[in-house]
Design a protein around this ligand. Structure first.
Ligand code: ATP
Length: 315
């Protein structure tokens, strides 16, 4: 029985994000190109006698029941009648309330961790089915890599890894509510050219066409978030002026990423961003890259997938 686990919970960006329609139940149907990035929270899970304890190292991330990681542990522990307890310590690196699925990925890692720690034997698919009850992005955060995400985010089609490039990821010091951004999107006012070319993006990824990817970067939610937070436009401008082949807001924002072929240019642009406007434009700017788990990778830092078991191997 595993006593202690240390997991990496990776964040994501959207290379493309389109909203197709609003359903009668209020949810928005989306078409998104999801990409895991090499920027992660560290999660330490330890057995204890009883209960669930969740702590995070930032004052504005909720401890206890308000944390999505708590709800992830509770979901599996209740279903499997686990009476032992678990403590979960979260070290945040992924910007919070920023369009990078930080809460969802912590929850995904905890599902994987509880499965492993208590030997529940659930497959990746079974964990993903449970994850969607916690949030539409949780199944993707279990899957990771590059994927087309449809429906409310739960219908996933895996794509190959795009050609490597260096990313600069920066969050201006403003927080954005995902719910509010979707609420303010006026679908009827959108012109055809406002919708990003999601199918073209998926094809460019399939054929390994980096220029085709950068030329198709598009996020319909920029229309809502960018006018409200002009820092986003200024970060994109700085990235593009300093060598980025493309720059885009991720998710509902306000995080922005730039794609660079040249790592040194990316490092320079990142340093410039940190100094820009007397340090006020962003306090969170990172050089990063795509993260695509390969064969034999460790799922959420736990164990390699079983050989021959494919996607249905117990994780
Ligand atoms: P998404 O891209 O999925 O919309 P996001 O990146 O915009 O998510 P999160 O970082 O998940 O947003 O944070 C949204 C809110 O969720 C935070 O304001 C915080 O109060 C709450 N929250 C709950 N659990 C966590 C967690 N483990 N990490 C970060 N935020 C959490």
């Amino acid at each position: 029985m595993t006593e202690r686990l240390e997991l990496k919970a990776y964040g994501k960006i959207n290379l493309g994000l389109d909203v197709v329609r609003k359903r009668e139940d209020g949810y928005h149907e989306v078409r998104m190109i999801m990409q895991t990035v090499d920027l992660y929270d560290r999660i330490t899970m330890e057995r204890m006698e009883s209960g669930i304890r969740v702590t995070a190292n930032l004052p504005y991330v909720p401890d206890g029941e308000g944390n999505l990681a708590y709800r992830a542990a509770k979901l599996l522990m209740e279903e499997f009648g686990i009476t032992e307890g678990i403590s979960i310590e979260i070290k945040k690196m992924i910007p919070v309330a920023a369009g990078m699925a930080g809460g969802s990925t912590d929850a995904a890692a905890v599902l994987v961790g509880v499965n492993r720690m208590f030997g529940l034997g659930l497959t990746k698919k079974e964990l993903m089915e449970r994850g969607v009850r916690l949030g539409a992005d949780v199944p993707y955060c279990i899957l990771r890599g590059t994927a087309l995400s449809e429906g409310i985010g739960e219908i996933l089609t895996e794509l190959p890894a795009p050609p490597p490039c260096t990313l600069v990821i920066a969050k201006p010091p403003v927080s954005v509510s995902t719910k509010e951004v979707y609420g303010r999107l006026d679908l009827k006012a959108l012109r055809p050219e406002d919708h990003p070319d999601i199918d073209g993006m998926a094809e460019a990824i399939r054929t390994g066409d980096l220029a085709g990817i950068t030329s198709r970067l598009g996020n319909v939610l920029e229309l809502v978030t960018e006018p409200a937070h002009p820092e986003i436009t200024r970060i994109k401008g700085l990235l593009l002026e300093n060598g980025a082949d493309g720059a885009l807001m991720s998710g509902s924002g306000p995080t922005v990423f730039g794609m660079f072929k040249d790592r040194r240019q990316a490092e320079r642009a990142c340093a410039l961003l940190r100094e820009a406007e007397g340090g006020a434009l962003t306090r969170q700017a990172y050089v990063s890259g795509f993260f695509n788990p390969g064969p034999g990778h460790r799922t959420a830092g736990t164990q390699p997938e079983k050989k021959g078991g494919g996607r249905d191997a117990s994780i």
